[in-house]
Write a protein that binds this ligand. Sequence first.
Ligand code: NAD
Length: 389
Amino acid sequence: VTERKRELRIAMIGYQFMGAAHSQGWRVAPRFFRLGAEPVLETIVGRDAQKLEYAREMLGWRTATTDWREVVDDPAIDVIDIASPGWTHAEIAIAALNAGKHVICEKPLANSVEEAERMVEAAAAASERGVRSMVAFNYRRVPAIALAREMIQQGRLGSIRQVRALYLQDWLSDPGTLLSWRLDRNLAGAGALGDIGAHAIDTIRFLTSSEIASVTGTTRTFVHRRRSSLGDRSELRDVTVDDAAWFTATLADGLADGAIGSFEATRFSTGRKNSFQLELSGSDGALMFDLERLNELSFFDATLPEGMQGFSKILATHETHPYMANWWPNGNALGWEHTFVHEMKDFIEAIVNESDPSPSFQDGLATQRVIDAVELSASNESRRISLSS
Ligand SMILES: NC(=O)c1ccc[n+]([C@@H]2O[C@H](COP(=O)([O-])OP(=O)(O)OC[C@H]3O[C@@H](n4cnc5c(N)ncnc54)[C@H](O)[C@@H]3O)[C@@H](O)[C@H]2O)c1
């Protein structure tokens, strides 16, 4: 007779895009990774009872409720997974941490620096009591990106002089696309900058262990009014966030100390659907990555004799690569959804091992501060803004 495995009972807020992705992560992680606890998809939370019931059945949750406070107060729940829009994050996360629940919260951590600071405070107090928290920057869990980090940490790029991160989408380039919560500053905090720019900032911090020390930014809203999916569709509503953002940065500390960077986040890059491109150039080599080909990592080794140099493609599907030993035989590709499997695996392991997972709420706050500084610069004729901690 084997001993019964510890269970972690999950309640998840939000059942649409990220709700579906997180459900997949919780379901699949324990089937491919041997974990010290079994996640139980206990309760799914949303506002529309009918749609919620459909999601509960489709995504495999045991029960559903339309009030998130119920799961925060429920002693049977161990983990609160926040997969709802930015404006809900601070209130739910702080209540859940204070109630002793482990919290995984979607990015961006919050809609403002002030909210993020309060969340960090609650997370620090909770950690003292053994309660864990993590912000869900899932691209840290792409095997090729995790491999890039390993190579950078091993010094394969030498001293890093330049970093580039472009996150390009085009879903708003059609002015007929309806306004949703993502285009309302009160609900989303920021536009392309806070949504996909946040991934770019976090991934560069992850790869280099460096901090962004100063920025100069430009933001633009190209289409100022749209018909809305929120309420009356005949009415035109104001877009109150950026459609595109571009900024330069200086980096400090870590492995890219003294480097300069350029970042771009846009929902108007015609033809680009979900292209997240990274390029880091150092004295001994360079790395390139594009999310649209996420199993590949391009590496340039500048230490080879000049006549033998050139970018080479590493297929990041080998059993020695991060996360890959538990998947298919060498060479069989993974997809975008597997980042959520890895995210839930790492989160469960941290809870079981009684260690704080990463990225932490503090990491979420660091990204929030950069977003804030870029907005400040953009509204001051792109003046350079220093980030002092
Ligand atoms: N990591 C990623 O790659 C990634 C991708 C997309 C979105 N996100 C983030 O995930 C979060 C959610 O985005 P999404 O794309 O899933 O949005 P969505 O619009 O598809 O879904 C939002 C969900 O939240 C629910 N919700 C909203 N307010 C609620 C409340 N008060 N109580 C309970 N439920 C509530 C809605 O009913 C809906 O189910 C955002 O923070 C977003 O930035 C992350």
